[in-house]
Every structure is written in C-alpha cells, then in structure tokens.
Design a protein around this ligand. Structure first.
Ligand SMILES: *Cc1c(COP(=O)(O)O)cnc(C)c1O
Length: 412
C-alpha cells in the first residue's frame, strides 16, 4: 500500500460496506452505555461478569496509584517488575492451580510471545480454523509450519499430527470460540497432545471466570480442571478442589499451557500464561513480547487482584448469566433466525446474509439496542450473525426488551 493509494482503498472498503468505524463510549462499560451521545441497552461487550465498571476494582486501582504511582517505568527484566505484579502472578497460579504464571500486557502479546518462544521454523503449529486471529499471527511470527484443521475436527487434527515430521509440535485452540460461543473438546485435545508428544496451548479468553465446570462432566471435567479453577461457580471450597485437581493435572501434563485474558470477564486488562515453573522461566528469558515492552502499570495488577476476589466469591454473577442464557433461548422461539448452539454468554443469532444482518442490527439500534453484526471475512460467507453477548450486569427485563425488539422486527 502506497501513501497515494490509501484514499481510494478506503473508498473501496466503504463501497463494499466493509469500512469499520469506531463508536465513542462515554461513562462506564455495562448493560446500559452511552455511545455516540445516545443511551443504549448493550449486548456488545465481553464484560461477561459485569466487572469492568465495578467500584471495588476502580477503588483498588486508585489506591495503588496513590501508593505506587502510575507508570511501571521499565520492562520487567530491567526495573519494572513491581511487587504488585509479582504477587498477582502467585495469586493467578494458585487461582488456576498451576505451579507458576506470568503476566503479559495483553492476550495478543501473550499468544505471540509464547508460541514464538517455543517454536522455530523446524516446528509445526496445529490450529482450529476458528481460532482467534492472535493465535494465527503467533504461528506465522514463529516461522513454524502452520496447519489449520476444520472447526472441532479431531480426526483431521490427528491425521495432521500423524503426518508431521516436525521436531516440536504445538496444538493451539480457543476453549470458547469467540464468534460461535461453542467449546473445544479439551480432554480429547489433551489426549492427542499426549499421543503425539505435542504441546497443548489453551486460550481461555472467553472461558476464564465464566464457564461452569460441571458442564463438561466425566473425563472432560478432569481435563478441564485447569480452567475449572478459574470458573468457581459454587462454594469457594469447590474452587479449592478444582485447584488441587488443576495442580495434579499440570503435574501429569507438563506440556499443557493455559492462557487467559484479564480484560474480558475479569474486567480489567492484560493476560497471563500458566504452566510449569520451567515453562514460565523459559518465557521470562525468551518471550519477546514479554521482554521488549514496558511492564503494565502496577495499579492494574492491584485491580486484577481485587477482581479475582469478586470472580471467586460473587457466584451469583455466573448464576445470573446462566439464567439469562436460558431466558434468551426460550424467548427466541418463533423468530426467523435461530441461535447458534452455545451454552456460553456468547449467543450468536444466525441471520445468514450480511446485508440482512446489518439491517437487523440497525433496526435494533433504532430501538436503542446495541449488538454488532458479524460479517465475512470474520465469519464464513453466508453465516453473518448478530453476536449477542450476555453479561451478569443484564437483568431479565433487559433480555425481555431485546426479545420484544427482535419479535417486533421479525413480524413488523
Ligand atoms: C480477546 C482475545 C485475545 C486477545 O486478548 P487481549 O487481551 O484483548 O489482547 C486472545 N485470544 C482470544 C480467543 C480472544 O478472544
């Protein structure tokens, strides 16, 4: 792209209906937001537990700012690794039941850093086709061979693994797929990773703090127990059990790597990678997106720490989410657009045609409801959808308002 080409390229995007524009949010993130100067009921954030605007988290950040200032002032390996970062890493490791954890500034950087630290051009990365863009970019940046398998197609994955001559293999998967809301078969992926001597890298960006562990049952529950520890859904002591299982799972599977982001359900910012102590030490030494960047402001670590307490103890947030999911599913009956198969707060309403999806999103917007239309190339041709994203900040009345608007648009 030459400087002189930008103008016409932008005009071309606009003509195809593909130009993206940002909306300006005023005030706090939440169920009701002020966007471009107008109030909306929003189903468009990843703030699944409704913590992004929580006063206790803001208070923790403010208090830390008062005590230690704002800027970290240096990278972690120089003088930027603050006591608050260090303590949070221990807390996160205990939270998910792993021996160690490492903070990154964003999930994108965590994915880039880990995969590049473990593989070079002699390696091979195996990825679900619907993985997040950052996992694809991470594989490309590592210069390893990238093999993508059809969504959830374990037979295809196994064939690729069996045929691989790579020295180092790594399977990477979202645990909850961001545009579909469905779950990866973690136990089966773990079994394949063991059979073919591969790393298993689980990106739990949309599961951390949200997905209820008992959903997986049996063997899967065992394999999912890594993530389970962060998905405390009942009494805190159930969490401790999950931590214990998580720890033994990691002990038995040193090739398991867990990554979760802290800007979605946790409501703050950043990400962490959890795994064996050796893995974390290797990353401290080799992950370029960890080494060559300024540490996050330590006040964010204090904010995450406050958030983790809410995630663990305010179990009503997960219960509320599951009630809202059930209410939405029951209420869409009779609409011309089905919900996709998902039990997570990501509830995509499948419209199909991209123009129809845009029209529906704009009809809702006129009724004061904000939901993004997701179009190709983000999703396959003919599967444009409204990505309804539920939050514990929503009430039953909010879901009813959405359902009434959808029925009105379908029949009006
Ligand atoms: C959001 C997301 C990321 C990136 O995390 P950030 O902290 O927002 O950079 C990575 N993986 C998945 C699956 C995500 O949804």
């Amino acid at each position: 792209m030459l400087p002189t080409q930008l103008q016409s390229a932008l005009a071309a995007l606009d003509a195809q209906g593909l130009l993206r524009r940002r909306r300006v949010l005023d005030g706090t993130q939440g169920a009701r937001v002020r966007v471009d100067g107008r109030e909306y009921l929003s189903f468009s954030s990843n703030d699944y537990l409704g913590l992004a605007g929580h006063p206790a988290i803001a208070e923790a950040a403010c208090q830390a700012a008062g005590e230690v200032g704002v800027g970290a002032g240096a990278a972690h390996l120089l003088s930027g690794h603050h006591r608050l970062h260090h303590d949070l890493e221990r807390e996160l490791a205990a939270f998910v039941g792993t021996p160690a954890a490492l903070l990154f500034s964003t999930g994108y950087m965590a994915n880039l850093g880990v995969i590049q630290a473990l593989l070079d051009r002699h390696g091979e990365v195996f990825e679900d086709r619907l993985n997040h863009a950052s996992l694809v970019d991470a594989a490309l940046l590592s210069r390893a061979k990238l093999s993508r398998y059809p969504h959830l197609d374990l037979a295809a994955l196994e064939q690729q693994l069996a045929g691989s001559r790579a020295q180092v293999k790594l399977i990477a998967s979202d645990t909850v797929f961001s545009m579909d809301g469905d779950l990866a078969p973690v136990a089966e992926l773990l079994a394949l990773a063991e059979r073919y001597d591969a790393w298993l890298y689980l990106d739990d960006a949309h599961g951390f703090g949200v997905v209820r562990s008992e959903r997986h049952g049996g063997l899967a529950a065992q394999a999912n127990s890594v993530a389970q520890a962060s998905r405390l859904h009942s009494a805190p002591d159930a969490g401790e059990d999950a931590c214990a299982t998580g720890a033994s799972l990691f002990h038995a599977n040193p090739s398991l790597i867990y990554m979760a982001t802290l800007g979605k359900a946790a409501g703050v910012s950043g990400a962490f990678v959890a795994g064996s102590a050796e893995l974390i030490e290797w990353l401290v030494n080799k992950a370029r997106t960890y080494i060559y960047t300024t540490a996050q402001p330590p006040l964010l670590a204090a904010a995450v720490s406050a958030s983790l307490k809410l995630v663990a103890h305010e179990t009503w947030r997960r219960e509320r989410l599951h009630e809202l999911i059930a209410r939405l599913k029951a209420g869409v009956v009779g609409l011309p657009w089905p919900l996709m198969l998902s039990d997570t707060p990501i509830q995509p309403l499948l419209v199909g045609d991209q123009h129809a999806a845009l029209a529906l999103a704009s009809g809702l917007k006129q009724r004061g409801i904000l939901i993004p239309a997701i179009r190709p190339p983000t999703v396959p041709q003919g599967s444009a959808r409204l990505r309804i994203s539920l939050s514990a900040a929503h009430t039953a009345a909010d879901v009813d308002e959405l359902l009434a608007a959808l029925h009105g648009l379908a029949h009006g």
